[in-house]
Design a protein around this ligand. Structure first.
Ligand SMILES: [Zn+2]
Length: 285
């Protein structure tokens, strides 16, 4: 897009919350943040409610896409939504991969999660308010723990996380990245949940407390305060095993792809929610 439209587009984006091509769409982030808020400890819930802006009405989900909307204003934040790994290698290593296009180390979604975790650890300590904007730190952290669970946010370098792979989603023209940000979730909502995101959230929440309850304990495990490297390694593996698999330029993706990948999306959304809560519970003790 042209530079002179920059302000207009940023404005329209703020008004209508149009999702961009990086990051789960609005619903993906909403789902993860809603699932997370249900699992907060009393202390963490209190800190989150103190830090949320008043317009959020104590609903973390409502501001979970804020980081996508400020990309124009905070231009520096764009590379913090993803990780580029070497093509076809299907592994992730922090020192090798966590950098931006200029090669500046730590500027990737894993580095951002570490950074905002550190900032939030200053909550309640003297002088923290003047040093950091902890409201923004909370909104960034909540968004980035979501993004790192979208398999194509830890994708190949040359196709920009499948942003350059043109496909059809049923009859619609899309790029593969967008299929994973939005289309799989949207189609699932339409087909199985009456087009109602709350019903999908309820279904995932139920699974977390029943069939996934044992696994959910393992998802939470982390010997530090935040464990983004674990999530990024899982992400590139899921990208290779499921997202990229069998897809080439011009592929038509329909029921076969949708039905076999939907469980992967559900799992990643659930893991994102459980781990965001666990991270916030470790930060605010
Ligand atoms: Zn994002």
């Amino acid at each position: 897009m042209e530079f002179r439209n920059f302000h207009k587009i940023a404005f329209i984006t703020l008004l209508f919350c149009v999702p961009f091509a990086y990051g789960w769409g609005i619903d993906g982030h909403l789902i993860i943040c809603r699932l997370a808020q249900l699992r907060l400890s009393e202390t963490a819930a209190e800190a989150v409610s103190q830090l949320l802006p008043a317009y959020a009405n104590n609903d973390l989900g409502s501001v979970c896409s804020w980081a996508d909307r400020v990309k124009f204003r905070y231009h520096w934040s764009s590379p913090l939504h993803y990780i580029d790994t070497p093509d076809n290698v299907c592994t992730y290593e922090y020192n090798r991969d966590c950098k931006d296009e200029d090669g500046i180390q730590d500027r990737c979604v894993a580095g951002a999660i570490n950074n905002y975790t550190t900032q939030l650890l200053s909550y309640g300590k003297a002088n923290s308010a003047s040093q950091y904007n902890l409201t923004e730190a909370l909104l960034f952290l909540s968004h980035f723990i979501g993004d790192i669970h979208q398999p194509l946010h830890v994708g190949f370098t040359s196709d920009r996380g499948a942003n350059t792979i043109d496909v059809r989603w049923y009859r619609r023209k899309e790029v593969l990245h967008h299929v994973w940000d939005n289309n799989i979730i949207e189609t699932a909502e339409q087909r199985f949940y009456d087009s109602n995101v709350d019903e999908l959230i309820d279904a995932l929440q139920k699974n977390i407390t029943t069939v996934w309850s044992k696994q959910a304990k393992a998802w939470e495990a982390c010997s530090k305060t935040a464990c983004p490297d674990v999530y990024a390694s899982e992400g590139i593996k899921a990208a290779c095993d499921w997202a990229y698999k069998g897809v080439k330029e011009g592929s038509v993706l329909q029921d076969n792809y949708f039905l076999s990948r939907r469980p992967v999306v559900n799992l990643r959304l659930a893991q994102g929610g459980v781990r965001l809560a666990a991270t916030l519970n470790r930060i605010f003790r």
